[in-house]
Design a protein around this ligand. Structure first.
Ligand code: IPM
Ligand code: MG
Length: 380
């Protein structure tokens, strides 16, 4: 029988499996009409195939509406090389981050990370925090344009720059360069996404978080584009804050802010800070959205030491699932899941160890599933 959706199901490894099992329980309760198709990704496939993101998985994603992604282990270069199957060693395989690759491969330019202080969450830093980070996802220093040692042809071009004079005595072996490349197109896309979202959800401000006083060209471009685009949204205020000051303000007055928009690396950093304000890793949800595909993942890692123990908090993954329902425009189901999550947190009914409780990952999922049934009964 044809289902309404085909969803690529990529638990990855470590606790990725634990939290995806929790999602299954909740999606069954919510009766999403979807087929879930398993895809291989993660450490196991690096070790056995020299590729943590096999081509068959990329092909699978192309045939689905969107992807749910659990978590994967990644290790530094030398360690990764050590764990490769003996027959694959010294064949030139290099470990890469599947998630960064997928964001680029599928042009998932918008990374959306909501950080909301759910009522009754004992881990909230302050009440009434409701932040959403919009992080550009495909450019900046994470585009992977890097050199070490720096090739002579690159160096000779750079030498034309007057600021390079200070480095003229340094040998190419003693230098490493990562390029911060920002395009107007991607910048406009992320800023528009932030403003549209603020408009839809009723946020009164969008704060562009950059560093244009020092990074005059790259951050400068972002802020200039933000000012232009802000004019199209007269009901939403544009605030401009430097990334360093933003970190301070977020600790001082996090309630004052709504939507934040920034480039890839600053977004990576500031979204961890925001997640910690509302409970940390157990609450960090994220959506990677492109023009015709989207991938949903919690921001936490694979915590291998907890793998299979059903100990970790599934809420990050469940809030992530709510973002997927938003994307699919399953608004009734999205609201239902959101209310169930909020109610269970508020009632302190089931809490994993990080929240001071002793419930298992799956107990939290079952409690939320029951709450979904209760809400459905109440709403007729
Ligand atoms: C995140 C993570 C990733 C990133 C890592 C795992 C590559 O930190 O999603 O924030 O840097 O984007
Ligand atoms: Mg990060």
């Amino acid at each position: 029988m044809m289902t309404k959706y085909k969803i690529a199901w990529l638990p990855g490894d470590g606790i990725g499996n634990d939290v995806m099992e929790a999602v299954k329980i909740v999606l069954d309760a919510i009766k999403l009409d979807a087929e879930f198709i398993h895809g291989d990704v993660g450490w196991e496939f690096w070790c056995s195939e020299g590729n943590p993101l096999p081509d068959r998985t990329v092909d699978l994603l192309r045939k689905t509406d969107c992807c749910l992604f659990g978590a994967i282990t990644s290790k530094p270069k030398e360690e990764a090389e050590k764990e490769l199957a003996p027959e694959l060693k010294k064949k030139g395989y290099v470990y890469f981050s599947p998630i960064v690759r997928l964001r680029q491969e599928f042009s998932l330019a918008v990374n959306l990370r909501p950080c909301k202080a759910y009522k009754g969450n004992p881990l909230n830093y302050k009440d009434d925090i409701d932040l959403v980070v919009f992080r550009e996802n495909t450019e900046d220093m994470y585009a992977g344009i890097e050199y070490h040692p720096v090739p002579e042809r690159v160096l000779s071009t750079l030498k034309e720059h007057p600021k390079m004079q200070r480095f003229s005595h340094i040998s190419p072996d003693d230098m490493a360069i990562s390029v911060r490349l920002i395009t107007r197109q991607a910048t406009q896309r992320i800023i528009r996404a932030a403003f549209d979202y603020a408009g839809d959800k009723g946020y009164k401000s969008v704060t562009v978080v950059e560093k244009p006083n020092v990074l005059r060209e790259t951050s400068g471009l972002v802020v200039r584009e933000a000012r232009k685009i802000a004019k199209e949204y007269p009901d939403i205020e544009l605030w401009e804050t430097n990334i360093d000051a933003m970190c301070m303000w977020l600790l001082k007055n996090p309630q004052d802010y709504g939507v934040l928009v920034t480039t890839n690396m600053f977004g990576d950093i500031v979204s961890d800070l925001c997640a910690q304000l509302v409970g940390g890793l157990g609450f960090g949800a994220s959506a990677n959205i492109g023009k015709d595909y989207a991938l949903f993942e919690p921001t936490h890692g694979s915590a291998p030491k907890y793998a299979g123990q059903y100990k970790v908090n599934p809420l990050a993954m469940l809030i992530t699932t709510r973002l997927m329902l938003d994307y699919l425009e399953e608004n009734v189901k999205a609201d239902l899941l959101e209310s169930a999550i909020a109610n269970v947190i508020a009632a302190g009914k089931a809490r994993t160890y990080d929240m001071g409780g002793s419930s298992s990952t799956l107990e939290v999922a079952h409690t939320i599933a029951n709450e979904i049934h209760t809400l459905e009964r109440e709403n007729g």
